[in-house]
Design a protein around this ligand. Sequence first.
Ligand code: GLY
Length: 265
Amino acid sequence: MTHAATHFTHAITRRPAPSIIAGLRAVDIGSPDLALMQAHHADYIAALRATGATVIELPALDAYPDSVFVEDTALCLPQGAVIMRPGAPSRLGEAAEMAPHLAALYGNIVTITGPDSFIEGGDILVTGTEILVGRSARTNAAGIAELTALVAPWGHTVREVHTPPGVLHFKTDCSLLDARTILATPRLAASGCFDDYFVVHTAQGEEAAANAIRFNDVVLMAQGFAATRAAVESAGYTVVEIGNSECAKLDGGMSCLSLRFTPKP
Ligand code: GLY
């Protein structure tokens, strides 16, 4: 699964809706500007397409203010897709909106059914060897147990880890750079969860740079974190910067904006 963790033929995105101004946020630092978010979103899609991937753009869903953050709705693996069960009540319905689009591409779709299980894609990091899932305010033990049982027949091992206190998702603080290399904040790496990996640390004060994505031959990073960008480039990766000022107001970043996969018909 080494290459499968970083190289993909497809991505799914969803256009931001006017209701984005009502999106969830830990701290209110102002509402996102829809036009600027749309411009950043277009840049993001162009960067994915420039790698040769097919990028599906789903229409905006005004009933779900956070629905631009499609990553939380599913986990896409080489063998099939798992439909999530978001822990934020206002986001629960987003998973069912995504399911038919993945079913059209994948022959194998399974679903977290609950009712006490909650899990969001932002808490799941698939590496070259395992699936790490961070317990968080959105992802609970029952959700992790259900995911573990669903992906075991596909040959995947799940390891439960912890999201730092006050951090939305596990991947708010980390990203996969290659099968065995992680970009992580020092506060998350200090927990020991990446002791078996090579780690590139975000620079002091640049924790928000940790949510990046390796997509084919590039790493997409939020714009404006020069020291962390330099560290990633020094480690040998090609970086593409994308404006993230508006998504950041809703605790969103590069990974949140897409599902990335190679569908198995
Ligand atoms: N605003 C993104 C989330 O809270 O899920």
